[in-house]
Design a protein around this ligand. Structure first.
Ligand code: SRM
Ligand code: SF4
Length: 571
């Protein structure tokens, strides 16, 4: 007899295509929470139940239930939205959430602090501007990422169209979302030929686990393509999109002390033409649907399915299911995995301004009214906004005659001066963590900025003030800011302590290795300061910090995810 299915499998199977008792939970006036099974189902609709962790122990002391509220995540392929959609999100944030907007590491919006009685209005409000939240979370394909490529309009449009098409193709087909949040007509939930017709791709129990897809256009690996379950690397030949190299099996999440869980970079399994994208994507998804582990959620991501059965086996499955003969991978090279900041002009003459938003938090501070400033820009702008894969924002498609107007607003609201931040800060990301994330073990978004102040001083002392080094922090090992592919990766271990990973590739193409475990700020600084000095004096021309640390033997090179925890000691 096989192992027992995980509890979430039972909940999905019994949910009548994601309905569960969500309507009853929302109507229950007694608790600020929803029923426990519904907390799993609500994710598929784009919302997570959370509680304020800053208040947890005080509420417990007062014998009150936790301060429940909900996080809402939008689905926004390639991070593109109109100024009207921005203004609408801003309005929902003010009226139903905590007044700030969070830009995520997957080019989407999150709102926090929505209490249960406002949840339906908030989700309906987001939909008012033709943006939805379905499949933003849950065991389905999540927000599809696409590169920003601001200089080449035609290429951007083509790649974005593929990302949109994949997003639509893999969107759950259930009517539950419309019934629950948008007062849609209640449709029959099963038809005569069985439930597979309701969800032609996913079936009744959806995928074994979350699933992520991204597109990228070299040389900028801004969507961190090797961290995606499925990635499409655009191959441009003679200025035209020839097709895509297909990458499978990336993922970041792991658990401390459980070496059978590990981050993994995807493998390139071949090349497909532009017209084959949907067939390949569906074949990858259905292979994972059929072979992914449904008994152990910590072993359920595609990366483990592939490592358990081999890349060659997986490639054959994709070819057989899609009918697409994958060709040999074409050549490509990446230069970095960050965003390109400031103004860029595209080949059609329009302008794009990428601004730095520290850890994606859009709120008003006394010295920088970012939320208000972006509201004013949205009111004045008739192009689009692009949320970047690094929690930043591009004001896109600005006509030359409108550039001065946007520049004046960027100046008036002190937004332009965010780009005066140091290269380290401009290459930083932190996940949300406390107070909302239920899985956080240490601070992240609220702490990284002050740690960077200190690291900047150390870099300046070493004569490295102008050097770009990537740094990412997460409050736990789940890896939401993709820390294992930052040259300095800090992963929360406990209150105030972190594991330090070093040696990752500047282009997101190599995993870092564990260098120090469970260390606090003073030890982080003490560990890095001598390495900065050594890097300054011993590096070769154009050698990146991560590569230097490997060449000089400070950390070993991680050649495969499954070797991430191998017992070799680093210096
Ligand atoms: Fe994440 C869970 C926030 C990108 C790997 N992630 C969570 C939750 C929902 C916590 C929870 O399950 O209760 C966090 C909500 C915090 C909060 O209060 O808002 C959370 N993840 C985020 C965001 C908002 C981080 C950010 O600062 O931007 C990102 C939202 C992206 C989006 O718009 O869809 C976010 N999460 C990621 C990424 C990066 C990516 O996808 O490129 C990863 C690593 C890549 C991957 O999936 O392997 C990631 N999140 C996880 C995991 C670990 C999954 C695993 O395979 O082990 C969890 C926990 C889980 O699924 O059990 C998690
Ligand atoms: Fe929460 Fe951990 Fe993700 Fe950070 S990495 S948002 S702490 S789940």
């Amino acid at each position: 007899m096989g192992a027992k299915l995980s509890d979430v499998e039972r909940i999905k199977a019994a949910s009548r295509h994601l309905r569960g008792t969500l309507l009853e939970s929302l109507a229950d006036p007694v608790s600020g929470a929803i029923a426990e099974d519904d907390t799993q189902l609500s994710k598929f609709h784009g919302t997570y139940q959370q509680d304020d962790r800053d208040l947890r122990s005080e509420r417990k002391r007062q014998r009150l239930e936790p301060a429940y509220s909900f996080m809402i995540r939008a689905r926004l392929p390639g991070g593109i939205c109109s100024p009207e959609q921005w203004l609408n999100m801003d309005r929902v944030a003010a009226e139903q959430a905590n007044g700030s907007i969070r830009l995520t590491t997957r080019q989407s919006f999150q709102l926090h602090g929505v209490i249960k009685s406002k949840l339906k209005a908030a989700i309906a409000g987001i939909n008012r501007a033709m943006m939805d939240t379905i499949a933003a979370c849950g065991d389905v394909n999540r927000n599809v990422m696409a590169p920003t490529v601001h200089t080449l309009t035609g290429l951007h449009r083509e790649v974005q169209a593929h990302a949109d098409a994949v997003s639509t193709h893999l969107k759950p087909a259930t009517n539950a979302y419309y019934e629950i949040w948008l007062d849609g007509e209640k449709l029959p939930q099963e038809n005569a030929t069985g439930d597979i017709d309701v969800e032609p791709i996913y079936g009744r129990t959806y995928l074994p686990r979350k699933f992520k897809i991204g597109f990228v256009v070299p040389p900028q690996n801004d969507t961190d393509i090797f961290s995606q379950d499925l990635g499409f690397i655009a191959i441009v030949e003679g200025g035209d999109l020839a097709g895509y190299n297909v990458v499978v099996g990336g993922g970041m999440g792991m658990s401390h002390g459980e070496p059978e869980t590990y981050p993994r970079l995807g493998d390139v399994i071949g090349f497909c033409g532009p017209d084959d994208v949907l067939a390949v994507a569906e074949a990858v998804v259905t292979t994972q649907r059929d072979f992914g582990d449904r008994t152990n959620r910590k072993h359920a991501r595609l990366k483990y399915t592939i490592d358990d059965r081999s890349v060659e086996w997986f490639r054959e499955q994709v070819i057989e299911r899609s009918g697409v003969q994958l060709g040999s991978p074409r050549k490509f090279a990446f230069a970095g995995n960050g965003d390109v900041y400031g103004w860029q002009q595209d080949d059609a003459g329009k302008w794009h301004y990428t601004l730095f938003i520290e850890n994606g938090r859009v709120s008003d501070r006394s010295d920088r009214p970012l939320l208000t400033g972006l509201r004013k820009i949205a009111q004045a702008h008739d192009g689009e906004f692009r949320l970047t894969p690094n929690q930043n924002l591009t004001i896109s498609n600005v006509a030359t005659e409108d550039k001065a107007k946007i520049e004046a607003l960027l100046g008036e609201f002190k937004i332009a001066n965010t780009l005066q931040a140091t290269p380290l800060r401009l290459h930083s990301m932190a996940c949300v963590a406390f107070p909302t994330c239920g899985l956080a073990m240490a601070e992240s978004e609220r702490y990284l900025p002050s740690l960077i102040d200190k690291l900047d001083a150390a870099l300046a002392a070493a004569g490295l003030a102008d050097d770009a080094i990537t740094i990412r922090m997460t409050g736990c090992p789940n890896g939401c800011a993709r820390p294992y592919i930052a040259e300095i990766g800090l992963v929360g271990k406990g209150p105030g302590t972190y594991n330090l990973y070093l040696g990752a590739g500047f282009a997101g193409d190599r995993l870092g290795a564990l260098y120090r475990e469970n260390i606090a700020e003073a030890e982080i600084l003490a560990a890095l300061e001598p390495l900065f000095a050594q890097y300054k004096s011993e590096r070769q021309a154009d050698e990146r910090f991560g590569s230097f640390l490997i060449r000089s033997g400070v950390v070993r090179e991680i050649d495969a995810g499954r070797n991430f925890h191998a017992k070799e000691q680093n210096a």
